[in-house]
Design a binder for this molecule. Structure first.
Ligand code: SF4
Length: 422
């Protein structure tokens, strides 16, 4: 039985196609590592020239308000002009966020990137990467590597530090260990992101069509000949497993699916506390205030809060009359001061935990994507989902899955709910 979460209790993020917090800029198709959950084919000669990158930024400027630019690929750090690209994005008044596996990162490069205007890093670390010296390590063992990166960023300072991990059927149970590790390093780790693994199964329920033509999906990196692992992990499952360690864990905001109002494609949680105590979870009004006030002041929604704000969470408690979550946090914090007055002098930190449930194929072949997708990228001067870019590259359009046996032949329990995910 899937954990029930009521989307009506949470704040629906106001992000949309033309006005979003984030956009996704692919600067290279080259990568120095293999990751099982990657959506992009590796091409060592796939660096985008600077002129093309400038053009992509111009397309974003034309079509979409955005606060942060997630530099992605491939691995952006292997692009020979990565520092210049960061500078270019920052010059355009946007926050450059570097999405990387961190393998090519060192202190010198980090300092150069910061000087060029980098706002932060999202470091992809998980146990299904072909990472030299770390192969076969568990998610718990990998916390040591996460700490290495977090400390490197903290030493340079002023950079947002986020970690993302793809969640597989056999690593789902490790999520609470990463969340607990995040708490122990709450002063230097600002965001944790968990992404449920997805792939298109070739020989199961669907044929795949480009227009009226049936296509072979096997060259697409995110296709798999058969379902050898779970492809149906929901955001709800990830919340459920986190609650085994943090029973009060409570999200505050979400993006729904394009086909399902009550699915959680992006599910955001903010917790406030110290290394030792989590005092509680911010509520929907807090997130609404953060997004709306940022948009009012800057004309765009907020992406990646500055570390200097996240480490000064105490003044946020003044919002207690407006937000139930903050009210609870304030109460718990005051109680803790009653027990130990020294807590009054401890710094409170805000840490975000985001859960992403990428595209789902519904039983009638419809794809439910993230409504208000933040990871939209540019392809042929158009805005497209970055998670399905390979289809555009290989077939010139997005594939349409068609049920092999027709919806009427599906098992009854699926037919009775045409929006049921297979
Ligand atoms: S639709 Fe795809 S690219 Fe967009 S946020 Fe969801 S998973 Fe990412």
């Amino acid at each position: 039985m899937t954990l029930f979460l009521d989307h009506n209790k949470y704040y629906r993020l106001p992000w949309s196609l033309p006005d979003n917090a984030i956009s996704w800029l692919e600067v290279t198709k080259a990568c120095n590592m293999y990751c099982e959950g990657c959506y992009r084919g590796n091409n060592p000669k796939g660096h985008k020239p600077l002129d093309e990158i400038k053009h992509d930024l111009e397309i974003f400027r034309r079509f979409r308000k955005t606060d942060g630019i997630s530099m992605a690929g491939g691995d952006p750090l292997v692009h020979p002009d990565v520092v210049e690209i960061v500078h270019l994005i920052a010059q355009n008044g946007l926050k450059p966020i570097i999405n990387t596996n961190g393998f090519a990162l060192n202190k010198e490069l980090l300092q150069e990137l910061k000087k060029a205007g980098a706002a932060g890093f999202t470091l992809h670390v998980d146990s299904k990467q072909g990472r030299p010296h770390w192969k076969g390590k568990t998610e718990i063992e990998l916390n040591q590597l996460r700490l290495y990166f977090a400390e490197m960023l903290a030493e340079v300072g002023g950079l947002s530090c986020a970690f993302n991990s793809t969640v597989y059927g056999d690593t789902l149970q490790s999520v609470p260990d990463i969340v607990e590790w995040g708490q122990k390093h709450i002063e230097i780790v600002h965001v944790l992101v968990f992404i449920a693994f997805r792939a298109a199964v070739l020989e199961k329920h669907f044929d795949y069509y480009a227009g009226g033509e049936k296509m072979d999906m096997s060259p697409i990196v995110y296709s798999t000949p058969e379902e050898d692992q779970r492809l149906d992990i929901l955001s709800n499952d990830i919340v459920e497993v986190i609650r085994t360690r943090y029973p009060n864990f409570e999200p505050c905001a979400y993006l729904n699916g394009t086909e399902k109002a009550n699915s959680f494609k992006w599910l955001l949680t903010g917790r406030i506390g110290t290394k030792k105590n989590i005092y509680g979870y911010v509520g929907p009004k807090f997130m609404e205030l953060a997004q709306i006030s940022h948009h009012f002041r800057n004309g765009r929604y907020l992406a990646y809060t500055k570390p200097s704000v996240q480490r000064h969470a105490k003044p946020m408690l003044l919002l207690a009359p407006l937000d139930k979550g903050i009210w609870e946090i304030a109460k718990n914090y005051l109680r803790s001061i009653g027990t130990n007055p020294l807590n009054l002098f401890k710094r409170l930190h805000l840490q975000s935990i985001t859960i992403i449930q990428p595209g789902d194929i519904l039983c009638d072949g419809t794809l439910s994507m993230c409504d208000g997708c933040p990871d939209i990228t540019v392809w042929n001067d158009q805005l497209v989902w970055s998670c399905r870019l390979e289809e555009q590259i290989k077939f010139g359009c997005f594939m349409r899955p068609v049920p092999k046996r027709g919806v009427q032949n599906l098992p009854h329990e699926l037919r009775s709910d045409p929006s049921h995910e297979l």
